[in-house]
Design a protein around this ligand. Structure first.
Ligand code: FMN
Length: 445
């Protein structure tokens, strides 16, 4: 298991998955366009962007890559993540002398010195898209880790989108006392840390402890220079700063994961106080709406959802947040149905796992939930809309879904499982004996 971005990139280079782009590439649109073209096939390293350091993108762009990073088979990723979340492991604090991210320290932050791309046509400007934001609960001191889009608003100023989750909770507490909330941003971290940051965990749960478990050894953290926080010692770059209380400035529009723009509006502001980095740092950007973006969120959510559904339907075998459903809105759940009604209960549980889930399909154990043709076949041949579809109107959804009423969203469940009392043979899948064992290439020229 790689515990730094560098180790991960070295591995991908050896396996010819990481390609180096030596041609000069413009940070405005060109880099994102190339990242999108390579999405799911290659990770790219741009060494000539006119900036002071290389830029990498797409190193977590497929389930196969993320499974490799986790050291498991593709079909095991959600289960493996869920197990790590159930068995968190403490992190370890290391001295600054042993932390590569402290090789360079400055208190004069100038974001213009970082190669921060402009991704989509109507984006308001350059955005940091792959930073882990680390903060602590002002009341309890509990740590939280999440990723947020960050608009470059000045040399040491960032606009931020904070959807109503844990960071939002901390920020509201600080703001109520008119105090800033200290934050740190770690850029250039390995896929495990990016995945861990996306866990569906309860408030107060430190996502870094999931990373330790996934590594199989404690994550190394190091103290910041200007804020009372700890950051991954192996990160490439760390920015330190404060979320300002009761300050709002324009942020957006920004091309988001549902493949629409998140609109411009007044948002919270970060003022940066320090930057530390490795000697020759590597900058990481996630091109929004690519598979790298979508899957980093999907796998931890699948893990969390699996745990929740199993609380009510213990025979749940797997879940898939589909790419067509933006890896957030559509869930396919596979159960080994033992009593009638379980599929509907699985739908309730899936819908409760995250406000983002909009449509849930439940299928039987013979259906390949990662093959959407198979899933559609199950819907086509095992469900009747009047009996098996239900709709709940006006629940909370995701504001980035443009079809919602400012986040108010309808939910739908489809039970595409075979009724347990169906006559024997009626739903038997046709099969040709021997088909699975045959290799066609042995028969044709
Ligand atoms: N969540 C936001 O609230 N605002 C964002 O701008 C945002 N951007 C994201 C960008 C990427 C590339 C990814 C992978 C996720 C992004 N998220 C964003 C989702 C959060 O990071 C994620 O839901 C996280 O688990 C929230 O953590 P929390 O529940 O501990 O607050």
């Amino acid at each position: 298991i790689c515990t730094s971005l560098r180790d991960w990139l070295t591995l991908l280079e050896q396996e010819k998955i990481l390609k180096t782009v030596t041609k000069q590439v413009d940070l405005k649109h060109e880099l994102a366009a190339l990242g999108k073209k390579a999405d799911g096939k290659y990770a790219l390293k741009f060494v000539n962007t006119g900036g002071s350091m290389p830029v990498v993108t797409g190193f977590g762009g497929s389930r196969a890559l993320l499974a490799k990073a986790m050291g498991v088979e593709v079909h095991q990723v959600a289960e493996h993540f869920a197990q790590a979340q159930e068995n968190p492991m403490k992190c370890v604090l290391v001295d600054k002398a042993n932390a590569p991210v402290k090789e360079f320290v400055t208190f004069d932050v100038d974001l213009a010195k970082l190669p921060i791309p402009i991704h989509h046509e109507k984006d308001s400007g350059a955005y940091i898209t792959a930073a882990l934001l680390i903060a602590k609960d002002p009341e309890t001191g509990a740590r939280n880790v999440s990723i947020h889009r960050l608009q470059v608003s000045g040399a040491n100023r960032l606009g931020i989108l904070i959807l109503p989750r844990h960071l939002h909770n901390f920020y509201q507490k600080a703001e109520a006392e008119n105090k800033p909330l200290e934050i740190a941003l770690a850029i250039g971290v390995d896929p495990i840390l990016l995945l861990a940051s996306q866990a569906l965990a309860p408030l107060g749960f430190d996502e870094f402890t999931i990373a330790s478990r996934l590594y199989g050894k404690p994550l190394e953290l190091v103290k910041c220079e200007t804020v009372d926080l700890e950051v991954p010692a192996q990160a490439e770059i760390v920015l330190e700063g404060r979320l300002l209380p009761n300050v709002r400035e324009m942020e957006g529009p920004f091309g988001e994961y549902p493949k629409y723009y998140g609109p411009a509006s007044l948002k919270s502001v970060i003022e940066l106080t320090a930057m530390t980095s490795r000697k020759n740092p590597i900058y990481h950007t996630i091109v929004p709406a690519t598979m790298e973006h979508c899957l980093l969120g999907a796998i931890p959510r699948e893990g969390g959802m699996l745990q929740l559904i199993r609380n009510t339907v213990p025979t749940t075998l797997g879940v898939h947040l589909t790419a067509g459903g933006t890896c957030r809105y559509h869930a396919v759940v596979k159960i080994d149905k033992k009593s009638e009604g379980e599929a509907k209960n699985a739908i309730f549980a899936a819908l409760s796992s995250s406000h983002e889930i909009k449509h849930v399909v439940v299928v039987d154990k013979d259906v390949d939930i990662f093959n959407m043709e198979d899933v559609e076949w199950a819907i086509a041949t095992r469900s009747q809309a009047g009996r098996d579809v239900f709709i709940v109107e006006r629940a909370a959804g995701n504001k980035l879904d443009p079809s919602t009423d400012d986040g108010v969203c309808d939910k739908m469940g489809i039970d595409a499982t075979v009724p347990l009392d169906a006559p024997a043979g009626r739903f038997e899948r046709i099969r040709i004996p021997g088909e699975d064992q045959l290799d066609l290439t042995e028969y044709i020229l």
